[in-house]
Design a protein around this ligand. Structure first.
Ligand SMILES: Cc1ncc(COP(=O)(O)O)c(C=O)c1O
Length: 380
């Protein structure tokens, strides 16, 4: 079976110098030297000041804590909504509920799959708008994020925003609005489990640091609500080793992407899911114009090629999340059934990519062939 994904991680030899440093410092967690260095290097990459980055145990925990901070600690006296896209990974809806809010699903842009500031502005005209306390846009599958366009929205509408940019490590332009990136093993810069929060709002990030450490702010008495969502020194060790390898990982991801472009343009009815092109992504998602994604996946799996609908849970239909929506959601509904991921990882070969695309061509050609009139002249 050709796998959907293969992690590209540092070798034991590459990790040893960082593990040795942990042994020498004797500090294994609680914002140790490796976490501090990792945060500093990430801040440099994104041209942020040294305190413009907070690490976390994963993006889900980071999103939950940021949402809680943005909404405030006072008990909510009326139902409070968080506006989010109807098409996203389940974690985005889970964090809303964990933060004590009700998910309010809005449809997304038909080209990019994004809940844009314009869509959010239209949502603010609806009946429930008075109860919208925060907006949570998502960058699907590594779509580029310019947090500054949401800074303008915050100023104009006096409504907080937090961006779920889980897969966009290579494509974030930070702003004041907090942007959360996942470092899960499946992401382009994977460290196993981990999350980053980027923001020009240093006051928010100081409070976030406390919130990810039991609400401790320099003493062992909680000064605010909090959880344990700290990154350990071991994860920072993998992060530091991965940062050294990043230019090479990035180069290989671009190469594999270019091979897909070479083969895919020939297949009618199939296109690469729009991902802004400018940076490396960790998945290859395709959009099937007419044919249901599920059928294509079945065909690929019969040919021993793994494939997956990465976002399978139609959140606005799942009663776990309360099903509150703004109007109808035709774009999200279409995307849930027509976008699917095919094998994509840095160690893929051109022959692997050719095989995947050959199978896709065969599967998509089959219904067309079935529709030809019997005894007809297909060549004419
Ligand atoms: C859109 C989105 N949000 C949030 C997450 C959660 O990230 P993590 O696994 O780091 O908690 C993911 C993970 O894939 C995701 O795709």
């Amino acid at each position: 079976m050709l796998p959907l994904f293969q992690p590209d991680f540092p070798s034991t030899e590459e990790l040893v110098p960082f593990l040795k440093r942990i042994e020498l410092s004797g500090q294994y967690s609680n914002f140790g030297p490796l976490v501090c260095e990792f945060e500093k290097l990430i801040a440099e990459k994104f041209s942020l000041s040294e305190n413009g980055v907070v690490t976390a145990s994963n993006a889900t925990a980071a999103l939950t804590e940021v949402l809680r901070l943005l909404v405030g600690e006072k008990p909510l006296d009326e139902p409070a909504y968080c506006l989010l896209p109807a098409w996203t990974f389940v974690a985005t809806a889970q964090v809303v509920v964990s933060a004590g809010l009700i998910p309010l699903f809005a449809d997304v842009d038909p080209i990019t799959g994004v809940l844009t500031p314009q869509i959010a502005e239209e949502a603010l005209l609806c009946k429930a708008s008075r109860q919208i306390r925060v907006v949570l846009p998502v960058a699907p599958f590594g779509y580029p994020v310019d947090a500054r366009e949401w800074d303008e929205f915050v100023t104009k509408h006096k409504l907080p925003v937090v961006i779920d940019a889980a897969a966009s490590f290579d494509k974030v332009t930070p702003g004041k609005v907090p942007t959360i990136i996942s470092l899960h093993a499946t992401k382009s810069l994977g460290i196993g489990e981990g999350g980053l929060v980027l923001s020009g709002d240093s006051d928010l990030l100081v409070r976030l640091k406390h919130a990810t450490s039991f609400g401790f702010a320099g003493s062992r008495v909680a000064s605010s609500l909090g959880v344990n969502a700290k990154m350990s020194e071991f994860h920072a060790a993998v992060g530091l080793a991965q940062l050294k390898r990043w230019p090479e990982i990035r180069k290989r991801l671009f190469e594999v992407r270019a091979w897909y472009d070479d083969f895919l343009y020939k297949i009618d009815g199939l296109s690469v899911f729009h991902n802004g092109e400018t940076g490396a992504t960790s998945t290859m998602n395709l959009v099937s114009r007419d044919y249901p994604a599920r059928k294509i996946i079945d065909g690929l799996e019969r040919a021993e090629v793994a494939a997956r609908i990465w976002w399978e849970d139609e959140l606005y239909r799942n009663q776990v999340f309360g099903r509150s929506c703004i109007g109808k959601l035709p774009v999200s509904e279409y995307l849930y059934h027509h976008v699917f991921g095919v094998p994509f990882f840095s160690t893929m070969t051109r022959a692997n990519v050719s095989r995947v695309c050959g199978e896709l061509e065969r599967i998509l050609d089959a219904p067309a062939r079935q529709q030809l009139p019997t005894g007809g002249c297909a060549g004419q």
